[in-house]
Write a protein that binds this ligand. Sequence first.
Ligand code: NAP
Length: 313
Amino acid sequence: MTSKRVFIAGHRGLVGSALARRLQRERDLELILRSRDELDLTDQRAVRDFFARERPDQVYLAAARVGGILANSTRPAEFVQENLVIQSNVIDAAYRAGTKKLLFLGSSCIYPKHAPQPMTEDCLLTGPLEPTNEWYAIAKIAGLKTCQAYRKQFGLDAICAMPTNLYGPGDNFDLAASHVLPALIRKFTEAVDSGAGEVEVWGTGTPRREFLHVDDLADGCVFLMQNYSDLPPVNVGWGEDVSIGELARAVAEATAFTGVLRFDTSKPDGTPRKLLDVSRMRALGWSARIPLAEGIRDTAQWYRRERSAKKAT
Ligand SMILES: NC(=O)c1ccc[n+]([C@@H]2O[C@H](COP(=O)([O-])OP(=O)(O)OC[C@H]3O[C@@H](n4cnc5c(N)ncnc54)[C@H](OP(=O)(O)O)[C@@H]3O)[C@@H](O)[C@H]2O)c1
């Protein structure tokens, strides 16, 4: 039996590296991986040539410009432009090269700010977006619609997974660009190391968020690639949320921080609650497995190892 050729766009990122770990366990499969230096996905000519040459059977589109509230609000043009170009180049080149199936990574950020909770896939485009990430969201909505358009007009088997907030090994711990969970892990680890008695947490601590370990997401994406071929997107989440205050206390425990948490209420909270309805994914036969406390502990340990290794070099 000939092995499937599978291209992971963005294999060095949080999601892409988890997909690579997960797909390495599959049999009869050949992974095609290219770093940004080898293949800049914003370069249409290069992307078309690459697909024409490599002819991957399956594509996981996990390359994107991603970031937190600060990065979104200070670099809106880059968030819109780069994401639109990357996804449009990859989806079109996949179609032209005869790729059999493509999975596009959407995001729960693309649902309306005041969507009823938990959010079903049907709430897409039913209300205004959260202004702090609207640039990213608009580009991602266009990506999802591009997949649907290529399916309708050209029969490309392009599907869309909508993950909730992700975390895990390989996350971005740069405070200027990171999401809430890696930012907290870094702040608490640094406080433990420096002996600081207090850690500042952005916002009031009351917004509620859902977190999914990236290894669960990768497993869910492979499941969808093997078991789902349809137009509607599919939410991939844990199915329960926690308040940012509870999250901060869980990180404090995982990092052995025993000092005081100070909530900086001058910083924006963002959407009050964000929880995905995961009934569609569960009905297909898949559920996440890694509990939050266990995932935070593993990720905090990973970050500490990386930090020690960097200090040693
Ligand atoms: N992280 C989350 O919480 C989350 C939640 C929901 C959905 N998602 C979605 O999941 C996908 C992946 O996110 P992530 O968190 O894994 O992001 P990430 O860690 O920033 O990884 C993105 C990857 O894309 C690559 N990339 C960016 N621009 C490129 C270009 N021009 N050419 C080639 N490669 C390029 C990056 O390459 P370099 O390594 O060279 O920078 C990186 O490997 C995105 O579509 C995102 O919207 C993420």
